[in-house]
Design a binder for this molecule. Structure first.
Ligand code: FAD
Length: 735
């Protein structure tokens, strides 16, 4: 009942506001018109005017009516800077608190009841840091004033806290606005608009949000560091934890700009990519490709046969490749570049100190102004019954384990249909293993479009992989010495027998055991960072797989640049990490490479697009090479040549995509690709032909028909004939 009465009273007040046309009175022009009358009234009744203004301001803000900003300017014009400031400061805070109380009374219970679960994190955040959030919102006027009043009321923040934080948080903004108002009052001619005082006031209005944001940053920094004692001097400018792609690039850049940098690596220099990831997998893929070509040599007019090879030699070659690349990432190289490399396990002790348990058993503590976490990721291992009993391999362990073997695994079960699972399943199948690949989703490589998934599944199946999509692994069993996986498929249990099990279920960021928990650095699958790759502590950064959102060597290196430049020079200029043009490739045969959007992402994001397809079965070089399987698919803005994304499925797709990456990065459209000479006969011509397909579909039909008419005329034909030819041309293009 009381709620209903309150709603009726509020509705009546709002209706009265509009009924008396007060919204139209609260404009700069109206106030300017009445300036002289108001000034006269003020001279006779100064306190009455101040009181009425105060009450009216409270009402406007309490009822969330439009006009508070104009009234703040008016306060400056009518009462001058200090009196205007005091009036507005209290009236706005009281009004805001009334709006807050009304919203709380009417809505809080209902909202919390309805969305309580979803609001848990927000409630906890507000309970912990509500005053600070509110202070930031008040200081940086990004969100409308009235929305903050209404929405904060729905959270558990106390009304008294709301009042005093609002009062304090709005001081700076109020002063700037009231000051601008004092200058507005002084305008009595057009020339007055250009008075230095007014220009300065407006400049202040403009830069105020930036100043406020900088202030918020200072407050934030103070808050996060308040329970730590900052060292007076630092041993290093930068300490980098982890020497994978992200860590190596970070240390390299830091040393190149003469910073004192220490790189800490617990295991092997080069991280996953060199030792257990990209390098060994690509070396394996190369051997498997050759075995495949020998087996299908008749496609090239040669005699086909079962490839004769020693699996041990194949695995030995993989390790040889790693050894050959190792010097690029070695301690010697980095030491020469000016990096101090320590081999040991690094742990964050406080925001500036890393304790390193060195591999020789000693412990060392170093302080640094900035720290970059580049601890990478590790393969995910599911909690499935019986898994430990049957034993399993991951990308971390398979290279050493298989290096001991004389023969490839006889029956290999690959769990996971993502890029790593597909690359390894196809390679081992090509080397003679009986491979079964099991995927939960209804298709392989589910991040790509379904036409890509179909192509990959068909290629894998063709190479002998038994692909089981839509299968959910339930448990593992050992029966009479046999190893089995039981999976669920369409409501039935399916048993799959295997000799070796390879888990390829994705990789999770390394988040435990090196101090993130103790420092309270937030994690949610990855280390949480802002756009500058700063963690909760602005001097601790994260880059590479540990921070995501992509898990590639080149993105790790890309992030490392931002993390390092921000870590070393962020006090001068910070750079937001740019994820706008990120390419990647999966090295199955045919390769799949992508940059930007594919169709499914464009649909999910509601982005309009046009598709242009070019089939590689049309490309001379691909036909000559016997690799004419696949396509290029370009998504463009409808009616324009601006590229939204490209997917290439085909031989060397990972190399071919580079041209589109450059085009997207530099804002070049398909017309520019079409106008670029590509060497004949190369696979790269496919990029130009795809652009040509787009051009053909967007041919300027009317213009072409006129050109046709021009040629007719040049041949001396009649106008009637010309029109006829023009019509034919139109028909041809539209066919
Ligand atoms: C089978 C496979 C194939 C892949 N193929 C490709 C590919 O073709 N192309 C591609 O771009 N990407 C590929 N990747 C992904 C690529 O390997 C990773 O994205 C890349 O290695 C990430 O680099 P990083 O520096 O973030 O982490 P990592 O390379 O994992 O390096 C992190 C390092 O930190 C060290 N470390 C962790 N914690 C500590 C600590 N507390 N103290 C000291 N040191 C610590 C670790 O020992 C590790 O060396 C592949 C991955 C796998 C598994």
């Amino acid at each position: 009942m009381s709620r209903l009465l309150l709603i009726l009273a509020l509705a009546a007040l709002v209706a009265a506001f509009f009924l008396f046309d007060l919204d139209n009175q609260l404009t700069l022009e109206a106030l300017k018109q009445h300036q002289a009358d108001i000034a006269g009234f003020k001279a006779d009744n100064p306190w009455l005017l101040a009181g009425a203004f105060f009450v009216f301001y409270v009402l406007v803000t309490a009822l969330s009516l439009p006009g508070a900003a104009i009234m703040t300017l008016a306060a400056g014009a009518l009462f001058g800077l200090w009196q205007g400031f005091v009036l507005v400061s209290f009236a706005s805070t009281i009004g805001a608190t009334l709006a807050f109380l009304v919203s709380r009374f009417l809505l809080q219970d209902a909202v919390q009841r309805r969305f309580g679960d979803k609001l848990k994190a927000i409630n906890a955040g507000v309970a912990r840091d509500g005053a600070f959030y509110l202070f930031s919102l008040r200081l940086v006027p990004v969100f409308p004033f009235f929305l903050i009043n209404i929405l904060m009321a729905l959270t558990p923040i106390r009304a008294t806290t709301f009042y005093w934080v609002s009062q304090l948080g709005m001081v700076a903004g109020t002063l700037v606005y009231v000051n601008a108002g004092t200058q507005l009052a002084a305008i009595d001619s057009l020339g007055g608009i250009l008075s230095p005082g007014l220009l300065l006031s407006f400049a202040l209005l403009g830069i105020f949000p930036f100043i406020a944001r900088a202030l918020v940053r200072v407050f934030q920094r103070r808050r996060v560091y308040r329970s730590w004692t900052r060292p007076r001097h630092f041993d290093r400018n930068l300490i980098v934890i982890g020497a994978g792609a992200a860590g190596l690039v970070s240390a390299y850049i830091a040393a190149a700009v003469k910073a004192k940098v220490t790189l800490v690596e617990a295991h092997k220099m080069g991280g996953d990519c060199l030792n257990t990831g990209c390098v060994p997998s690509k070396a394996l893929i190369r051997s498997a490709k050759l075995a495949h070509q020998i087996k299908h040599a008749d496609h090239y007019g040669l005699e086909a046969g079962a490839p004769a090879f020693s699996f041990k030699a194949v695995m030995a070659r993989i390790h040889e490749v790693i050894r050959k690349i190792e010097p690029h990432d070695s301690i010697e190289r980095y030491t020469k570049l000016g990096v101090e490399v320590l081999t040991g396990y690094g742990r964050l002790v406080d925001p500036w100190t890393v304790e390193i348990a060195l591999n020789d058993g000693s412990i060392r503590r170093l302080t640094a102004r900035s720290i970059i976490i580049a601890a990478g990721a590790r393969p995910l291992v599911p909690e499935l019954p019986g898994l430990e009993r049957v034993g399993y391999l991951t990308s971390d362990t398979l290279w050493d384990e298989f290096a001991k073997r004389e023969q490839p695994p006889r029956r290999l079960l690959v769990l996971g249909g993502g890029p790593i699972g597909c690359e390894l399943a196809q390679s081992f199948a090509r080397l003679g293993s009986e491979v079964t690949q099991v995927e939960l989703a209804d298709r392989l490589m589910a991040r790509e479009d379904s036409d890509v998934s179909r192509l990959v599944e068909s290629a894998l199946t063709h190479d002998g992989v038994r692909v089981l999509t839509g299968h959910t692994a339930l448990r593992f069993e050992r029966r009479d010495g046999r190893k089995l996986m039981v999976a669920e498929h369409q409501g039935h249990e399916v048993e799959i027998e295997f000799d070796d099990l390879l888990l390829a279920l994705g990789r999770g960021a390394r988040l435990q055991g090196y101090g993130l928990e103790q420092l309270g650095i937030q994690t949610n699958r990855t280390v949480q960072t802002n756009d500058y790759l700063e963690t909760l502590y602005p001097n601790i950064y994260a880059a590479g797989d540990v921070a995501g959102p992509y898990q590639f060597t080149h993105t790790a290196a890309h992030m490392a640049w931002y993390a390092t430049v921000n870590a070393l020079f962020g006090n001068l200029k910070r750079f937001r990490v740019d994820y706008s043009v990120i390419p990647w490739a999966t090295f199955v045969a045919p390769e799949v490479a992508r940059v930007g959007l594919n169709e499914q992402e464009a649909r999910e994001k509601g982005i309009a697009y046009e598709v242009t397809r070019y089939g590689l079965d049309d490309l001379d070089r691909a036909i000559a090479d016997g690799s004419d399987e696949g396509f290029i698919k370009v998504l463009t803005v409808p009616g324009k040549d601006k590229i939204l994304g490209v997917t290439i499925a085909g031989e060397h797709a990972g190399d071919l995509i580079a041209e589109y990456v450059l085009a997207m990065k530099q804002g070049l459209g398909l017309n520019k690709i079409l106008g670029t000479i590509h060497i004949y006969p190369t696979l790269s011509e496919a990029n130009k032909y795809a652009a040509g397909e787009w051009k053909r579909a967007h041919a300027p039909e009317r213009l072409l028909s006129w050109v046709g008419s021009y040629h007719d005329w040049r041949r001396g034909k009649q106008a009637g004939h010309r029109m006829q030819s023009g019509d034919d041309a139109r028909k041809e293009v539209s066919r």
